[in-house]
Design a protein around this ligand. Sequence first.
Ligand code: FE
Length: 243
Amino acid sequence: MATTRRELLTKALAAAGAMAVPSAASRANEEANDGHPHDHDHDHQTVPSDPALRVKALETLLLAKGLVDQAALDSLVNLYETKIGPRNGARVVARAWVDDDYRARLLKDGTAAIKELGYGGVEADRVVVVANSPRVHNLVVCTLCSCYPWPVLGLPPVWYKSAAYRSRVVIDPRSVLQEFGVEVSPEVEVRVWDSTAEIRYLVLPERPAETRHLSEEELAHLVTRDSMIGTGRIAFRPEGVRE
Ligand code: FE
């Protein structure tokens, strides 16, 4: 029977770990000290997940073969971690809330209107913006994999890529929404949009009531990532109102 790399690593680490497992006496000593940890003269180690191992192996190989540049790789990761994210989408939403003409352009041609604010490119060749209303609640998924409009939302959250979300959201969207804490009245239609590599969706949430006095920038701060996927609502309490 063939031994997989994971089994091999697990066995190797278990063997190494066995030599470093604290004795019953030291564990008892730890308990006696109100759970204060024992001396760390050894490393605790766990085997990384299979995808993490695979990514690391690929990265090492590509770097060794000179096919990718470490600095370029670092700057790309940095770009998506620090510069591109849901704040971009929030600015698009806030602009649509304060400017009816922009809103109309956004709903007609999302890609072009998003580009007006300087966002676009990879993973957003075509973005369709769908507006929530008192009668319609929109929800975005990628049933095939994890297509997502990166330039306006950043990298997709783990749950968006999970098999459970991808399969359940098309079968029973209301239950999934409930689990996210979003109650949708029976009279409100739930529309599920299945993203592909060609078309990605962005939800335009409804502007909360009593936000007339807020500036575009302040409005943008209210907009959450999940509200632009459809799995969240925008919370806003006017000043002076307490729960
Ligand atoms: Fe996908």
